[in-house]
Design a binder for this molecule. Sequence first.
Ligand code: FRU
Length: 501
Amino acid sequence: MADLKKSREYEASQKAITDPERPAFHVTGMTGWINDPNGFSTYKGEYHLFFQYHPFDVVWGPMHWGHVKTQDFVKWEFLPCAIAPDQPYDIEGCISGSAIEMKDGRQLLFYTGMTKDNLHPGHVEKKETLYQNHCIAIGDGIDFVKYEGNPNVLASTAPKGSWLEDFRDPKIWLEEDTYYAIMCSRPEDGSGQILLYKSEDALNWEYVSILAYNDEKLGKVWECPDLFELDGKYVLMVSPQEMESDGYEFHPGYNTIAFIGNYDKEQYKFNKEIYHSIDYGIDFYAPQTVKTFDGRRVMIAWMSNWDCTSFKDPGKHWFAQMTLPREIRVVDNHLIQNPVREIENYRTNKKCVQQTICGDKYSEDVSFEGIKGRYLDLTINVSPTKEDSYRKLDIKLAKDDKHYFYVSYNPEEDVIKVDRKYTGARMDVLHSREFKVRDQKGNLKIRFILDRNSVEMFINDGEQAATFVLYTPLEADGISLKTMGEANISIEQYELKSCEK
Ligand code: FRU
């Protein structure tokens, strides 16, 4: 049986290891494996983030909750592991959930306890079924005590026919003195549904409604839901499993979707108006948001994808990181996302380039004095010198003689293609993605955030984002461009100061 004390001792023993490969300003676990962000929340004037965590290995295992906190979303402080799967009702894992500062000032973790024991009288037990129920742990920012009433929201409280497995990932919020939570579940037909519960004290919960139902469309289970009001609309974010691809918008497998619409508080239903992918890269899953003290909505996600986790750098004692937190807005029924503004406090050493470049398929890549690095906030603008003056733009980052991370833009098709085939992976994991951008007659702006082994792209002031992990050796820090035809290029580069964790 897992033991929190042992887990904490183990991670403290690993803390001494300084890992030069750790990102400078992205959250990782102290050691071991991490996946979903959990409990991204405010508590006593700071931002706390918990996450799915297996301290003892670099693969998914009995899930603990790791814990960090921050004041500015860039510099994070490690805290000891928050909870371990050490009770009969969570013995197979303390899986995803959320956190909140309670009305009485205590910190509440609302998580999913996974067990093989059927705690639901009257239900036929299926051998080896992993039952999921919601549990609570209450604490003070560091230490948490599991509630004696656990498991306190049983999957059997869901509408008739709902599955007892796949009842997980509660996201809690407080509204006019009442706590609400949404969570994922499967109706009888095996597709996905988001359920809404409510509670006066955050301990005793009552089923309210099916907030949204996927009707066998857009994948199966919609994992890790989040619902919030933003810019006069409501946004429901989900991470569906088992999706089929759809044009340039969705790829096969795990995706993330933002539904934008309205929340009918009489019927407790979400009415969607439009939906789109949240991130068009490979490594982005299970996003969760927090409302900041100054009223912004900030989102963080796991910078990985279940289909890519088999590739790991041998010798590393940790696996995976979170994205840089992003400020999100709704503009014209579309989710806009940009790096948190606090990252700008870490900018240094500004360099700018403005140049017209002209090439053909035989031309050499063009590089620019001082434009290079692996910890960068880099913005590249391209525009035609006259109508249709260029047919293609290639950008290479993290480059040496053998490696590079490749982005190409075709202004005729309005498609961006990203390929990380040459970034040093020693396994045939997913390498490329293509996505459509708005037709702007060859004018394009991409902001890149580079932090050692990751690239996050923000297109046209956050209209779209695309996130990638790359494996390229750190010495590969070159950047070059090439066009087919003639284009004006402007580059603004800042180095990002590393912050001690
Ligand atoms: C999403 C997810 C959640 C679950 C957790 C387990 O990535 O599958 O639905 O709670 O990971 O680690």
